[in-house]
Design a protein around this ligand. Structure first.
Ligand code: DX5
Ligand code: ZN
Length: 245
């Protein structure tokens, strides 16, 4: 239920194959593509992702922090890439792009920066396999978790429950064994961790710790969320009823 996706942004790029082996027990690998335009930082592009796909058997979760994903994102739907995430702020047509990614055989995911509301995403939630709620401003690893993003997770998880869809809900930024349970209780089930994993002497041990921190928190949070949601639905029904009488 809880998936841990270490971010290689905090790995040693010169020894990337070695650092990928260190996270072999993870559930996926998070690969940050940055263009120095959408975010004030630069990493790498498609050739590097293709090479990573050749040397790892982990499902690859590509996080595109680039301008014009409508043009570039479909090219990342290659063998080994499980999910392509593009930013809501950068796309001209999120629904068309998500459909294009799915048509190419990869899972489609949309990301929102801390300042972006999720209303538009909620409206078209069934078009996406995953939603990434950023819990830091995108661009750099090692920043502090923004707890005030939790209502977005709750709204997204609530809507997914309502629609009966199996939505992956990812959080990225400042995830540690302390912050992970907060996000899990709010409905997140895919956790990106860069500095927490690669900053540890044993990334494999840290993955175990993170997984343990999330176990239970997601289920407990889900029970609460479902109860809250049922309460809201009941209140909504009553309101409708009183209008009708
Ligand atoms: C930041 C990236 C993250 C980054 C997270 O813009 O999208 O994936 O690696 O790093 P930590 O886990 O250190 O906050
Ligand atoms: Zn990321």
């Amino acid at each position: 239920m809880v998936r841990i996706h270490p971010s290689i942004l905090s790995a040693d790029f010169v020894n990337l194959e070695r650092d990928l082996e260190k996270i072999a027990s993870a559930d996926g690998v998070h690969v940050d593509v940055m263009d120095a335009h959408f975010v004030p930082n630069l990493t790498f592009g498609l050739p590097m992702v293709q090479r990573i796909a050749e040397v790892t058997s982990l499902p690859i979760d590509v996080h595109l922090m680039i301008d014009d994903p409508d043009t570039w994102a479909p090219q990342y739907a290659i063998t080994g890439v499980d999910t392509v995430t593009f930013h809501a702020e950068a796309t001209g047509d999120a629904v068309s792009l998500a459909r294009e990614l799915r048509a190419r055989g990869t899972r489609a995911s949309i990301a929102v920066k801390p300042g972006t509301h999720v209303d538009d995403v909620l409206e078209h939630l069934q078009e996406f396999d995953m939603v990434l709620v950023m819990t830091v401003e995108p661009g750099f690893g090692g920043q502090s978790f923004m707890g005030d993003m939790m209502p977005k997770l709750e709204a997204l998880r609530g809507r997914a429950e309502e629609l009966g869809i199996d939505l992956a809900l990812q959080v990225d930024g400042g995830i540690t064994a302390d912050t992970l349970p907060i996000a899990a209780a709010s409905g997140a089930n895919v956790f990106v961790a860069g500095s927490a994993v690669y900053g540890h002497a044993s990334p494999a041990d840290r993955i175990v710790e993170l997984r343990a921190a999330g176990k239970g928190a997601f289920d407990t949070g889900m029970i609460d969320l479902r109860a809250i949601h049922r309460g809201l639905a009941a209140a909504g029904d009553e309101a409708t009823g009183s209008l009708e009488t």
